[in-house]
Design a protein around this ligand. Structure first.
Ligand SMILES: [Zn+2]
Length: 216
């Protein structure tokens, strides 16, 4: 059984916005201004930018990605959350219950909106089509290991969530901390590693077993 090269793409800090929150910043009836397409179909970079402000610091000029979502979500790296002064909570996109909030500020308008939650560190994941999933013997929401190609410090990522949808394009998404951790070249890729005769295994449990002398 051979595997497939998965392109690894780095997500810099960004914001997805609800129409309601966006209108509060940019005015009633305001629309996202298309700048360019992103790798996943229908996703795009917008011209509008916001400042993300927390109790300890802020980031200016943060990109907004369209289209609108039902709820506003701010995606940061763990390093970013420390600079902002909010807890770093690792979540899948859309799962924002109980996550920290922040203030979004539109410097161009002098307006701001407080979001009660929605600041997440996105859980690393792979977008793929049902055909990709079939070929790699994985299912939606599986957690897999991915071995990365890299200069000098390759690593194996655990807890990589598989997201399957017919409109997805094959790509693994990591944040800037994760990308810097393996120092990939201009077009890095990863390969799913089938350990334990299955697609997922709890690394903490694995470590405990090794400490007890259990070899798998
Ligand atoms: Zn993604």
């Amino acid at each position: 059984m051979s595997s497939i090269k998965i392109p690894i793409e780095t997500s810099a800090r960004h914001v997805h916005m609800s129409r309601e929150d966006f209108e509060q910043l940019f005015g009633k009836g305001a629309e996202l201004t298309f700048v360019k397409e992103l790798s996943q179909p229908a996703q795009f970079l917008a011209k509008e930018r916001v400042t993300v402000r927390g109790p300890r610091g802020e980031f200016e000029n943060v990109a907004i990605l369209g289209p609108f979502r039902s709820r506003t979500q701010v995606e940061l790296s763990l390093t970013d959350t420390r600079r902002l002064g909010v807890p770093g909570v690792i979540r899948q996109s859309g799962d924002i219950e109980g996550t920290p909030g922040c203030t979004l500020f539109a410097a161009s308008e002098g307006t701001s909106v407080d979001i009660p939650n929605g600041v997440i560190v996105a859980k690393r994941h792979i977008h793929m089509t049902p055909l990709d999933a079939y070929q790699m013997h994985v299912n939606d929401n599986d957690e897999v290991f991915v071995i990365t190609e890299s200069f000098e410090r390759a690593l194996i990522y655990a807890n990589v969530v598989v997201r399957v949808h017919k409109n997805f394009r094959l790509a693994m998404h990591v944040d800037t901390d994760e990308a810097n951790a393996f120092a990939g070249d201009a077009q890095p890729y990863g390969v799913i590693l089938n350990l334990f005769h299955g697609s997922s295994y709890d690394l903490h449990q694995w470590a405990e077993e090794l400490l007890e002398g259990i070899q798998r």
